[in-house]
Write a protein that binds this ligand. Sequence first.
Ligand SMILES: Nc1ncnc2c1ncn2[C@@H]1O[C@H](COP(=O)(O)OP(=O)(O)OP(=O)(O)O)[C@@H](O)[C@H]1O
Length: 227
Amino acid sequence: MSGTNTVIKLENVDIYQQKHLVLSNVVLHIDKGEFVFLIGSTGSGKSSLLKVIYGDLHIASGEGRAADFDLKKLSDTQVPFLRRKLGIVFQDFQLLTDRTVEQNLQFVMQATGWKDKALIAERIRDVLDKVGLRSKIRKMPHELSGGEQQRIVIARALLNDPEIILADEPTGNLDPDTSEEIVMLLRQISQSGTAVLMATHDYHIIRTFPSRIIKCENGVVHEDATI
Ligand SMILES: Nc1ncnc2c1ncn2[C@@H]1O[C@H](COP(=O)(O)OP(=O)(O)OP(=O)(O)O)[C@@H](O)[C@H]1O
């Protein structure tokens, strides 16, 4: 049984890439405010699992819910609304390189329906405060370090107050100290109520921040694994 605090719930889901069954009979529950690592060797299905959660791969069998969206019945028009309730953070920073931090954040807000300029400005200040980078609001991405750029990506993921952040190797391009800072930030975010699911290959990080581990291995998902 999962309570009303569940933000991700997969029950007996088979996950395919084309005709290839990548993960079978997946059972997965993530609650509000949880911080969870997602591990597994290359090709074990981590990205495929994340794709199911953000509506990029359809589920053929079983049941799935993410942030109150029914993943089995998800229509193309619903996908952008699902994604507003998920913050997505990937390894390469993906900021628009020809715009300032502020313009990068404004761009996402306008694209997701925000209109009121004062509210937009206030929300941008709030998320930059959360990642400790209000002072960088007028900087261009190339004027920021890799860790700072990743913090801005995290700020951008927080704009629409998501129920969960999906982070796919968010520290893959960062040095060890900066990686730890990013994980500390993600854990702080989870403590304030937004769940975080972080795919990583970095065992040092996993040992430094003991947390629940979900593991993809031999075509199945273990919900409470060890490294
Ligand atoms: N678009 C695709 N079409 C067909 N097969 C795919 C596609 N994407 C991934 N696969 C296959 O699905 C399996 C799982 O891939 P996936 O990318 O989910 O693994 P991963 O655990 O995220 O790997 P990595 O750690 O390297 O990112 C692999 O066998 C891969 O070759």
